[in-house]
Design a protein around this ligand. Structure first.
Ligand SMILES: [Zn+2]
Length: 491
């Protein structure tokens, strides 16, 4: 989130806003396809995975949050000798004697459970001795501003998507009752598998704040002037007032990447634009928040009605998507939206990738209302446009270092980011976890170049179309996979 990256979406949005604004989204389905009542689910935490299969590593477990994560893998085998390594202790490959990797970091909805990274173990003479991944460093508190409240805190705003929700029409008392319920309902679906994916997988990549200012009811003299109408089904607010309030409230250091307004009402008024709007009290509000975010933050098109747009998830013909989803054809997303291909929109003048999807019908809880793989892939690229490095810090800093005990890459989420370690150009651990216990690795005296390549481990169920610069695909190669290099001297 530096200024370089913000210019891009502004341009894109300028071009696409007409398409968004005319979206008359989301008619209520016939026959009540939606389930009654609000979606369940308070903001439960996802257990963060503990350490990767770090060798050795007497990791200290993270202090668990509400639900403990999975502990790190147990001690692995010793590293393979490399380039004459093991000179001090035979041929290397003595098993790392460390205990289990770090036990679980955990993460709750709001504040992440802190976890102490696993300390390195006592492997002997292998070229790679990993440490337990632990849960990574503790997450410091998130500052959402004077009138802002934390919904999700996952790390430094400088390396996260920062999503700010402004509330309109909630009285002072309702700010801590009705509003909290509306937010909880929206978050419940956002982090539900599979419908909310990929937000569950990338939960640690997005901070969420809500701006709480008391207000008269909507459709009157509310602070942001929000209202709507049943004919267009669009919500409308005074966008400049919302943006001014968000900009005034946010901490200086936080750049807001994603803006929305939740209306205190139950009408079916929602809008997917740069400032996305949804009615928090409707029975399908949580789906609306996801669908409109698909428009507003991800530039995804509607996949109902005639579907015509230039966006990634529809095509003007049914034989070639024009590079939009060529690699997804005949892929069966299960659970999810099923077989991908070309499905005719109304009038067959345009086509969508799947029969149903979140961008087609947002109602209810059927897995086929998930984001289809074409949408999910775009969502991942959008996250990596904002999140500029797979790690938050590197310890010690890259560059020259003498006799380090350990080298650590504090990745955003060890369950999502793998680390490949190399010594002098040879891979010593394809997925070694965030820490390399150099002190115990027995590297021969001299100079060594140690590199750590941290990369998003998304499989081919999530990412396939990665070439070119359309649809933010350039950020997959640019930000989602990066290497840090240390020039290590062993006396
Ligand atoms: Zn829509």
């Amino acid at each position: 989130m530096n200024f370089r990256t913000t210019a891009l979406p502004l341009i894109a949005l300028t071009l696409v806003v007409p398409g968004v604004a005319s979206c008359t989204v989301e008619a209520t389905p016939d026959g009540g396809a939606g389930t009654g009542g609000a979606s369940s689910g308070a903001m439960g935490g996802t257990p963060a995975n503990g350490g990767g299969s770090g060798t050795g590593g007497a990791g200290i477990g993270g202090s668990a949050g509400s639900s403990g994560g999975v502990g790190g893998a147990t001690a692995g085998i010793g590293g393979v000798g490399v380039s004459g390594a093991g000179a001090t202790a035979g041929a290397g490959a003595t098993a790392g004697a460390g205990a289990a990797g770090g036990a679980a970091g955990s993460a709750m909805g709001g504040t992440a459970g802190s976890a102490v990274a696993g300390a390195s173990g006592m492997g002997v003479a292998g070229s790679f001795v990993g440490g337990g991944a632990g849960g990574g460093p503790a997450v410091p508190p998130l500052d959402c501003g004077e009138n802002g409240v934390v919904v999700e805190n996952h790390g430094p705003p400088s390396n996260r998507v920062n999503y700010f929700i402004a509330a309109d029409g909630y009285s002072e008392a309702e700010l801590t009752t009705t509003l909290d319920e509306h937010i909880a309902v929206a978050m419940g679906k956002r982090f539900r598998d599979p419908i909310g994916q990929v937000y569950l997988r990338y939960r640690n990549f997005v901070n969420i704040c809500v701006l709480k200012l008391p207000s008269p009811p909507i459709c009157g003299s509310s602070i942001f002037g929000c209202c709507g109408d049943d004919e267009s089904r669009l919500a409308r607010c005074n966008e400049s007032d919302v943006n001014a309030a968000l900009n005034e409230n946010r901490p200086e250091s936080m750049e807001i990447d994603w803006r929305s307004t939740v209306l205190n009402g139950s009408d079916w008024w929602n809008t997917g634009a740069a400032l996305m709007l949804w009615s928090g009290g409707n029975r399908d509000a949580a789906g609306a928040a996801l669908h409109e975010g698909g428009h507003g933050f991800h530039q995804l098109a509607d996949e109902y009605a005639d579907c015509r747009s230039n966006w990634v998830n529809n095509s003007s013909n049914n034989t070639d998507s024009g590079g939009k989803w060529n690699d997804w054809i005949d892929y069966d997303q299960d659970p999810g939206t099923g077989m991908q291909g070309f499905f005719g929109c109304t009038g067959n003048s345009a086509y969508r990738p799947s029969d149903n999807s979140m961008m087609n019908s947002l109602f209810g809880d059927d897995p086929d209302t998930s984001f289809n793989p074409v949408s999910r892939e775009k969502m991942i690229m959008d996250i990596w446009r904002i999140v500029e490095t797979p790690w938050d810090s590197v310890d010690p800093p890259a560059g020259a270092v003498t006799s380090p005990t350990a080298l650590t890459v504090n990745v955003i989420d060890p369950a999502v980011i793998n680390v490949e370690w190399s010594v002098d150009g040879a891979v010593v651990a394809a997925s070694g976890g965030p820490t390399y216990n150099v002190g115990a690795a027995g590297l021969p005296p001299g100079a060594h170049e140690v590199t750590a390549r941290a990369y998003d481990n998304a499989g081919t169920d999530l990412v396939r179309q990665t070439t070119g610069t359309q649809y933010n695909r350039q950020y997959w190669g640019m930000n989602a996979s990066q290497t840090v290099t240390w020039n290590v001297t062993i006396p």
